[in-house]
Design a protein around this ligand. Structure first.
Ligand SMILES: CC(C)(COP(=O)(O)OP(=O)(O)OC[C@H]1O[C@@H](n2cnc3c(N)ncnc32)[C@H](O)[C@@H]1OP(=O)(O)O)[C@@H](O)C(=O)NCCC(=O)NCCS
Length: 209
């Protein structure tokens, strides 16, 4: 079975680092069942829809996303996800127009100040899982990482997450199992060489551990 993970419409190359132009035209994908899903940056006005999405997620899904037992309320988590991003970071909402629960998934790229590496994390609401959305969001975020000038994308997840393994394997991530931490780390090189900020002469920062 193949999904529409790479079937993105409207996603295209834009000048590096320019998040406004990244979403200046509609970016959407069509899932295997024909559902059209739009990708756009999340905003504070999405808090109620994001909260509904989180309420539709099982504890197992939330644990897989955050790798810890969640004690925050769905509202608090939604406010965190929808809050302002630091420069170079990106939170993408997958929106299904004209349905009760318009946000079907949220993906994040959290980058270091030099844009050398970004951590990728994704959550698809339980009713939307297994329909190709996680793959499509990942393809979209990898293109966004390229457009933003990010050097490599890293994802960490639990070893029993077969969907995540599949999503990253077919997108050419190298996967490494950390037995001590009991997680799998995936890594994909997006851009060779030093950071774009250094190359363009901007001040450099130290990459956090
Ligand atoms: C992991 C997650 C993002 C995947 O998204 P999804 O929309 O459910 O997954 P998709 O439908 O895109 O399927 C991904 C791939 O896994 C495959 N797959 C589905 N079930 C599988 C299984 N049990 N074993 C192996 N592969 C499986 C699919 O066939 C698909 O591969 P294909 O594109 O080659 O057909 C989603 O399930 C989720 O949000 N889980 C909870 C949070 C989480 O685990 N986040 C990841 C850590 S940050």
């Amino acid at each position: 079975m193949g999904h529409a993970g790479g079937d993105l419409h409207g996603a295209r190359s834009v000048p590096s680092g320019d998040q406004d132009t990244l979403f200046s035209s509609v970016c959407e994908c069509r899932l295997d069942d024909g559902t059209i899903v739009q990708f756009r940056p999340i905003t504070m006005s999405d808090v109620p829809a994001c909260e509904s999405m989180l309420c539709s997620c099982s504890r197992k899904s939330l644990y897989s996303r955050y790798e810890r037992i969640i004690t925050s309320t769905p509202r608090e988590l939604a406010e965190e996800l929808c809050g302002d991003c630091a420069e170079g970071d990106l939170t993408v909402a997958a929106v299904v127009p004209d349905v009760n629960l318009p946000i079907a998934g949220v993906a994040q790229l959290i980058s270091d100040p030099n844009l050398e590496a970004a951590e990728y994390a994704v959550l698809v609401a339980d009713p939307w899982q297994g329909r190709g959305l996680g793959g499509a969001l990942t393809s979209f975020c990898l293109r966004a990482a390229e457009d933003l000038g990010i050097g490599r994308v890293i994802a960490e997840f639990l070893p029993d997450n077969m969907r995540m393994i599949r999503i990253l394997e077919i997108r050419d991530f190298s996967l490494h199992r950390d037995l001590q931490e009991r997680v799998v780390c995936g890594q994909k090189l997006i851009r060779d060489g030093g950071s774009k900020r250094e190359a363009s002469g901007s001040s450099s920062h130290q990459e956090p551990e």
